[in-house]
Design a protein around this ligand. Structure first.
Ligand code: CA
Length: 400
């Protein structure tokens, strides 16, 4: 059998559909990148047949992939904007119906992995609208494009090799292996390395199928959360009301301590007596306030955005019959990506922040904002606003 390279040289390889609006033109650099991958794939046990079949017809990178992966809505939109889409009334209704239809499966999954059914269901809902929109971009094409571009170092090259390993195992065909523009696969949006480490075959047909099988998809989500350290004794968090004069500087502690300080769940039910939590004010003081547990960080292990974790937690509550958020969001947005980047630079220069300059909100930036606010005598809600950035850039901050 002729190799793909030989076929290309002979002009016998037909360009595949690379992008709907542009004709595929063979890209020599891209093809050289693919060929250079071959020995590493073979060393991992991928046969030449699997390798050639995986890349059949793929002769150029997909420009649309590179464009699309620059936008990640959970990082660039205000948290409440993201929540409106991620926890819509339509999604809650669909999720409750799917949850009812899959009740016995969800119970069995909860029994095996210790992750509550509504949480598993909520992640399935946010990732793929309960399996309805898993993405139809061929995974090999997406990963090869990102890998050849050197997007995020060698991460996508490693993921491409992992994807070839999955094909070699026969769990899915190249035609069915699809997902997002960023190479996240199937109904659970696992990158290939996550799939290899955490996906499970829950319906016992011998294949870990996160593309078609709802039981495999749900169980893979629960297994991943368990592996990330889900504590089955705790919720993800609670919406709370703070008592007047609450000292925001004391934002982490035992749940019992928060109860002693007069912090109350908005639904009137008691906070658990054991476990630790942190105060999370994603819209600043006056907007919805949350006590989040270590399980919030577990959800962030699935997708590192605060907005994502909050959407999953709140959707899980709603799927379990819980009410909408009690407090209202602010009228004006906090800082977006470019502003957050400036804030990171400013806080780093002032000695408050040593994380990445990536324009993304997260626990590290929140903590830096809080320490700056405490030093400046401001309410320490950790909320990054334009006013805070203006203050930081207009006057020198004292180091913590
Ligand atoms: Ca299966």
């Amino acid at each position: 059998m002729l190799s793909r390279r030989a076929l290309l040289a002979a002009g016998l390889c037909f360009p595949g559909v690379v992008h709907a609006t542009e004709p595929a033109r063979a890209d020599v650099t891209f093809q050289a990148f693919i060929e250079a991958l071959r020995p590493d794939a073979i060393a991992r046990g991928v046969t030449p047949e699997t390798f050639d079949r995986a890349f059949r017809g793929l002769v150029a990178p997909d420009a649309a992939v590179l464009t699309r992966t620059r936008r990640q809505s959970e990082f660039v939109r205000p948290v409440w904007d993201y929540l409106v889409g991620a926890v819509s009334s339509g999604r809650i209704a669909r999720g409750r119906a799917r949850g009812a239809a899959l009740a016995s499966t969800l119970r069995a999954i909860e029994g095996r992995y210790g992750v509550p059914g509504p949480v598993t269901l909520a992640i399935w809902g946010v990732e793929s609208d309960f399996g309805a929109s898993a993405g139809d971009v061929p995974t090999i094409r997406a990963l090869a494009t990102l890998a050849a571009a050197g997007h995020r170092g060698t991460l996508f090259r490693d993921e491409l090799l992992a994807a070839l390993t999955i094909l070699q195992r026969g769990d899915v065909t190249p035609e069915r292996m699809s997902g997002s523009w960023a190479g996240a696969m199937g109904q659970v949006q696992f990158l290939p390395s996550t799939y290899l480490a955490h996906a499970v075959d829950f319906d016992d047909d011998g294949h870990r199928d996160i593309w078609i099988s709802a039981p495999d998809s749900l169980a893979s989500i629960a297994a991943y959360l368990k592996d990330l350290g889900w504590d089955q004794a705790l919720s993800w968090g609670y919406e709370v009301r703070l008592p007047g004069g609450f000292d925001l500087a004391r934002d982490t502690g035992d749940l019992a301590h928060f109860t002693e300080q007069g912090v109350r769940r908005v639904d009137g039910r008691p906070l658990p007596s054991r476990g630790r939590a942190s105060l999370f004010l994603p819209g600043g003081l006056g907007a919805p306030a949350f006590l989040i547990t270590d399980n919030f960080e577990v959800i962030r292990g699935y997708n590192t955005s605060d907005s994502y974790a909050l959407a999953v937690g709140h959707l899980a509550d709603r799927l379990g019959g819980g009410p909408p958020l009690a407090a209202s969001w602010p009228k004006t947005a906090g800082l977006g990506g470019p502003g957050l980047r400036q804030l990171q630079i400013g806080l780093a220069a002032a000695g408050f922040y040593d994380g990445p300059t990536d324009g993304r909100a997260g626990p590290k930036l929140r903590e830096a904002v809080r320490r700056y606010q405490i030093g400046a005598g401001l309410p320490a809600d950790g909320y990054a606003t334009a006013a805070l950035l203006a203050r930081l850039t207009s006057r020198p901050a004292s180091r913590p």
